[in-house]
Design a protein around this ligand. Structure first.
Ligand code: HEC
Ligand code: HEC
Length: 319
């Protein structure tokens, strides 16, 4: 239906046609909170319209929106900001990494930030996804099984060589704008009806500029609203390990939490992504020996602790 619809539209396209295609939403493991898993709202407000030709501020490029539909040909707005990209990242090929993780590697809250991550770490996650040890069957499982080892090595080297920029602003607030999880974008957007709602025990993350995010502009980041007091509470937990509740993050992730050896950076990642990983590690999949290290870190964390740690880590500079 939707494909037929796309072929008929020639003047303007729905955002669904422009951003990466995300298939059916993932299920939430063990009844974990929906907000961390970006489950689309049942009632979807109309999506914003994207013009037929798209441009990003500061880039000399322009693309026909129809040419960057789906996951095979991601737009590369700022070619001079990254090393030459291998085919696995830029396409054309099904599920080119740059379409969901952006050519900058920094991704959206529903995917992941790969910029500057250790190549060994990226490769290891791909083997976990492939075997199902890290279970993510909507996207990364099938992708990891379809790509060659060489594609993975090239992609890992590419993303590892990129310096991440601050990509999310973390704001403490008792009330957040009213939002919905878009079925097309698989992240939250401001609800067109406007208004605010209590944040409750959630992290509410939205694009700074939904249209720039839709066209996968890597210079336009996200805003994460977090409950008041989260950042200081998360800092205390991360630094002190809070009397046996967890383990000091810096021991393994480095003093600035920007990564150490093969252990990934956790500073400046999207808070919704961090919370999702901590919850998933606590409740579900744990992969090999390396991921088992994190089991001890997360086993005693409450949902509020996870929110606090995610808020704190998201607020840190990625470099
Ligand atoms: C259709 C969208 C999509 C495409 C294309 C895609 N990914 Fe992903 N990727 C995701 C999502 C979604 C996640 C987050 C999974 C989760 O929440 O655990 C992810 C997570 C990852 C992670 C884990 C990151 C971390 O910090 O642990 C790695 C590594 C990764 N992807 C590598 C790749 C590589 C390499 C490619 C290209 C061969 C690729 N991805 C293509 C959607 C995609
Ligand atoms: C004993 C060592 C150790 C400690 C302490 C530790 N971590 Fe980790 N962490 C790891 C390792 C190793 C990985 C990568 C696992 C893998 O390779 O799959 C990881 C991965 C992660 C990830 C996933 C990153 C991604 O990109 O998906 C998050 C989030 C994380 N740690 C958060 C934390 C937090 C928060 C703390 C402190 C409360 C912490 N870690 C303390 C060893 C540790």
């Amino acid at each position: 239906m939707r494909n037929a619809f796309r072929m008929l539209v020639c003047v303007s396209l729905s955002t669904a046609a422009v951003r990466a295609q995300n298939p059916v939403p993932s299920k939430i493991p063990n009844g974990l909170p929906e907000w961390a898993y970006n489950i689309p709202d049942k009632v979807q407000p109309p999506e914003p319209r994207v013009p037929a030709t798209v441009r990003a501020a500061g880039s000399s490029k322009e693309y026909e929106a129809a040419a960057i539909v789906g996951n095979a040909n991601p737009p590369d707005w700022f070619q001079d900001e990254h090393p030459p990209a291998p085919r696995s990242v830029k396409g054309p090929m099904p599920n080119a990494c740059g379409s969901c993780h952006l050519m900058s590697g920094q991704g959206h809250p529903e995917s992941a930030d790969l910029a500057g991550m250790p190549p060994e770490y990226i490769i290891r996650q791909m083997t976990y996804f492939k075997s199902g040890a890290r279970s993510e069957e909507t996207r990364m499982g099938p992708i990891a099984r379809a790509v060659s080892e060489e594609d993975v090595r090239e992609a890992a080297a590419y993303f590892a060589a990129i310096t991440p920029r601050p990509f999310v602003k973390v704001i403490e607030a008792a009330t957040a704008p009213k939002t919905y999880v878009s079925a097309d974008a698989r992240h939250r957007r401001i609800h067109p009806d406007g208004g605010t709602e209590p944040i409750g025990r959630r992290i509410i993350e939205i694009p700074e500029d939904p249209m720039r995010t839709t066209i996968r502009d890597p210079h336009s980041g996200f805003i994460a609203y977090v409950p008041p007091g989260s950042i200081a509470k998360g800092a205390a937990l991360a630094k002190a390990g809070d009397a046996g509740k967890t383990i000091q993050c810096a021991l393994c992730h480095g003093d600035a939490l920007t990564g150490l050896g093969e252990v990934p950076r956790i500073a400046g990642l999207q808070p919704v992504y961090i919370a999702r990983q901590l919850m998933t590690m606590q409740n579900g999949t744990s992969a090999g020996a390396n991921a088992a290290l994190m089991k001890k870190v997360v086993v005693n964390l409450s949902e509020d602790d996870i929110i606090a740690l995610s808020a704190y880590l998201g607020s840190l500079p990625p470099r």
